[in-house]
Design a protein. Sequence first.
Lengths: 104, 97
Amino acid sequence: MRIKDHPILGPSEWGKRITLMIDGQPIEAFEGEPIAVALMAAGRRVLRYTKKRHEPRGIFCALGRCIDCMMVVDGKPNVRTCITSAEDGMIIETQTGDEQWEKG
Amino acid sequence: MEKDNLTICRCEEVTQAEIKEAIKLGLTTINEVKRFTRAGMGLCQGKICWRLVMSLLSQETGRPPSELMPPTSRPPTRPVSLEILSRTKRTTGSNCG
């Protein structure tokens, strides 16, 4: 699902293959690409659920402005996955609403 | 009317119907709508919805957008962790190093 050859930007160049853990499941990604991109390439479009009506949210602005793509990354909540680079072994979890840091 | 369940504020899940109701109750500024409905109080501080709220206000009250002030969003403009702020060095003034 990734663009291999862009009509203006030309052929894509990807870095090292890495593994991310999404809600306990491993997925393949390329080092340095946004987490949300790796998730979309793996077929996952719903990134979190809202607090009040439990509605699904995914990539919306893709610029880091709208906070729809937030997920818990390595225990840290409210991480905007559209502007955060993927690193090998990252543990990513779905969040509901504005998650709190875990106590202790 | 058929669009009244449209989500205007994505962060706080405020619908068009709720905003129109607030305006009907007599609210006339974006800040007032924000305090009543929570639209613009979420994590993006109204970046996505404030212009939509302004548009609804203009549409419902007849006032032009130029008369409607932007809301008071709270800094920082983008989320910044306290860790980064604590590491910032002064670069101006007599104590800069």
